[in-house]
Design a protein. Sequence first.
Length: 558
Amino acid sequence: MLSHIQIRNFAIVDLLELDLAPGMSCLTGETGAGKSIVLDALSLALGDRAESGVVRHGCDRAEISANFDLRNEPAAQQWLLNRELEMEDECIIRRTLTKDGRSKGYINGRPQPLATLRELGEMLVDIHGQHAHQALLRREQQRDTLDQYAGNGTLLKKIEHAYRHWSQLSQELESLRSDKQQRDAKLELLRYQAHELENLNPQTDELEQLDKEHQRLAHAHQLLESSQQALHQLHDDDQGALISQLQRMTQALNELQAIDHELLPVCELLESAAIQMDEAATELRHYQERIEIDPQQLQQVEERLSELHEMARKHSCQPQQLAERLHHLQQQLSDIESAEVKYGSLEEEIATATAHYQTLADKLTQTRLKAAKKLEKAVTENLQRLSMSGSHFEIAMTPRNQGELAPHGQESVEFLICTNPGQPAQPMNKIASGGELSRISLAIQVVASRAHGITTVIFDEVDVGIGGGTAEIVGQMLRALGESRQVLCITHQPQVAAQGHQHLRVCKKADKNSTTTTLVALDQNARIDELARMLGGITITEQTRVHAQEMLLSGQQH
């Protein structure tokens, strides 16, 4: 329940504070006094978009705070708890707006995006504007009203999720279908390219190894001749082999070290060198044995290198990248071939998703049909009370084309009305009378507001075009609604205002420098004066006051 609202520096409001009680509260005032400012400010606090120029002239910032008593709002309490925004049994929503267009929102003192304010606001307040009858002419609004009355919120979310899942799968399947011809052509090319590379069978380090082998085979003669010459000079030359010369040198120095021991390190080094030269000679002999002059092997290596380079040219890559290229082609082949498998599995998934959607949609249809009968009866009864004798209200539910899925169920919803007995019911937009539309809209809104669990309902001049005894009945209906809901009603009708449990008057004061709107809670005598003003216009006679007093007493007895 909305318990308090404070408006500061908004439009023509300097500072306005309002305490609200349970039951039906009426806001009245002369035309242009600013009655709708309260509603506009509250709508902004609950996350509506702000238009430019809402900050009071000469001020830097406007601020709106709305306090809610949540003792009878378990859903809102749980919502706040889930987001760690709870504050015992109270909730304070605050919105600030600067003259340069910036805006901030807060829930219980913690900054929140406007979307979050809107989400919470929709749980706390149900607003019916003065143009609600125009909104109810739209088919989607009619469907939403029926679903609200039926309590289909959770079911609708499930259906929307099932529809999105089905739609995503269907789009994937359609994409596979549309790409099939192109995919088949690509598949043929990939298979040919992969087959070529598979036959070639390139290895990761093959090119480097082939290059080394080619170098060795191509220079085999030179390698053999040079190694033979080195071995001959090192070991096999009987006259001048290096090893023989080193051995003779070492022997001579060994004899001299008996004379001078300082030659000992030199002799040890020469002996070590002789050992290493002997090992080198052994390695050269083994190397010569391994060298093979094989023109046929050389030709095979050259042919393999040529094949690798030619294939690399065809695939626009380096020869050493051919193995990676083959792996990439094989992966592409696997992806495309798996798409064919996925094609079949997608059809199965779509069938399952369609069946799941259909189950939910059938359930939604049944709840709508059941709720529609109750809503038809309740609205028709209200129409009779609103001086529309003989009128009746109907709800048409038309199934969609076979196989057509939609995010809001498998039927369209349309409100129909018959205002003349014996005539067929017609869509509401066929009705010419604005007064009739207002009464029909009000009859629907009152019934719908009873159905859902939102405890605060606001009616902004929904009684436009209604007067006399019908206006008194409107007031009675709103007062009856106020027995179970908090009702805030902005009205020009004294018959409606007289029914309120609480009466507030909006006043506008102007001087040379500024214009200010204030709000006053009226006591019994002040209420009589206000009702007399609404009844009598400029001149208020004693008779008018008596009439106002009778109207107030009568309204409080219902």
